[in-house]
Ligand binder design. Structure first.
Ligand SMILES: [Zn+2]
Length: 256
């Protein structure tokens, strides 16, 4: 398994497009190619027939905005795998449905409604090398989560719970590079003594790109949105009910 991270709309939206490749067959998915102009250099070099599907994590324009152009020009008539609300979608996998990519990659579609109701995360496992990764769109960010545009804290808690049940060595590929600002908020909630969070802060000082460098196991240590029983989170929110804490954390982050 190989993942190429392609930054788009850098310093304004900090979006990522990803190419997930099965190395044995060289077949790839292109995930969230919202701004084709920003990834033109890569697309010109790539053998077009190796891209077998356009895939979206959710319908927002900064994830699905390239569907129409790409499926009518460069990647004519290839399937668009996404939730029901994405433009031009041709296939919506059901929750936990497994889709084969090339010879060795099995991708499980995990429905994670809240940021949008059509949010789907894609958990990819290479059967041969045992590599694992998950494309989390705007549901899970490194040390953060997406805004609750179409859902509530209860839904986000359930959706993040599904992702946290994945193997701890699963690498996280989020929809945006928001880590630096997330760390500032997480420090304000989890305090200065969280070692994993301090390590993440130091990583951000030295590295502009953090996607693909951290795992589900790391999130459990440094992401306040999945540490709803952490004494520091209880103290910062002044609440004890996990759903109420989730809603309050999101409001605190929105106003941070
Ligand atoms: Zn979004």
């Amino acid at each position: 398994m190989h993942v190429t991270s392609l930054p788009m709309r850098w310093k304004s939206g900090d979006n990522y497009c990803y190419i997930l490749t099965d190395e044995s067959s060289n077949k790839s998915w292109i995930i969230d190619p919202a701004f084709p102009n920003d990834i033109e250099e890569y697309l010109l070099k790539k053998n077009k027939s190796d891209i077998v599907s356009i895939v979206n994590t959710h319908h927002h324009n900064d994830h699905s905005g390239g569907n129409k152009y790409l499926s009518t020009t460069i990647f004519k008539n290839i399937p668009i795998i996404a939730g029901h609300d994405s433009p031009g979608v041709s296939y919506t996998p059901s929750d936990n449905e497994i889709i084969q990519l090339g010879d060795n990659i099995e991708v499980t579609a995990i429905h994670t409604p809240c940021h949008t109701q059509d949010s789907i995360c894609y958990y990819a496992v290479d059967k041969k090398t045992k590599q694992k990764c998950v494309f989390t769109g705007d549901t899970l960010f490194i040390s953060g989560c997406g805004r609750f545009f179409e859902g509530n804290g209860e839904q986000m808690d359930k959706s993040l719970g599904k992702l946290m049940s994945l193997p701890s060595n699963t690498i996280v590929y989020p929809g945006h590079e928001y880590t630096e600002s997330n760390v500032k908020f997480s420090l304000s909630v989890l305090g200065q003594k969280n070692e994993a969070l301090n390590n993440l802060k130091n990583f951000c000082i030295k590295n502009e790109i953090t996607t693909g460098k951290f795992t589900i196991g790391d999130e459990k240590l440094f992401n306040p949105f999945v540490r709803l029983d952490d004494p520091e989170v209880l103290k910062a929110t002044g609440l004890t009910d996990p759903i109420e804490i989730m809603d309050k954390l999101r409001i605190m982050k929105n106003n941070f």
